[in-house]
Design a protein. Structure first.
Length: 115
């Protein structure tokens, strides 16, 4: 089902601006999802390390070093991935906020809906 093309140029421009705003809000929602994923990934290495520290009295580290080294490498890798996702998400969120604020400044009708 398609919407009929408006004959008024102002209505066409308003429709285009609303479509652009919807796209920006969709991209912002995607950035928030990536932020949530980064936070979840960051929590996993922290919980693994806390379990290792808590149970460190139950094992001799020299006997399990062949397990600890790969686990610590994986933990560092996951932490780096989480930091990247979080930083990238914040940059994208600020970018989309700037564009949305610019649209609100140019088109006063949008400011009524977005504040």
């Amino acid at each position: 089902m398609s919407t009929p093309a408006p004959s008024d140029p102002d209505a066409s421009l308003d429709l285009m601006i609303l479509n652009e705003l919807q796209l920006l809000l969709s991209e912002k929602r995607t950035a928030l999802s990536a932020l949530r994923t980064g936070i979840a990934i960051f929590a996993f290495p922290l919980s693994v390390l806390s379990v290792l520290i808590t149970t460190s009295g139950s094992y001799e580290w020299r006997e399990v070093v062949h397990w600890l080294v790969p686990l610590l490498v994986l933990t560092v890798g996951l932490t780096a991935l989480a930091i990247y996702l979080i930083a990238h998400s914040f940059r994208r969120l600020h970018h989309y906020d700037r564009i949305i604020n610019e649209l609100k400044r140019k088109h006063s009708k949008l400011a009524e809906f977005l504040d």
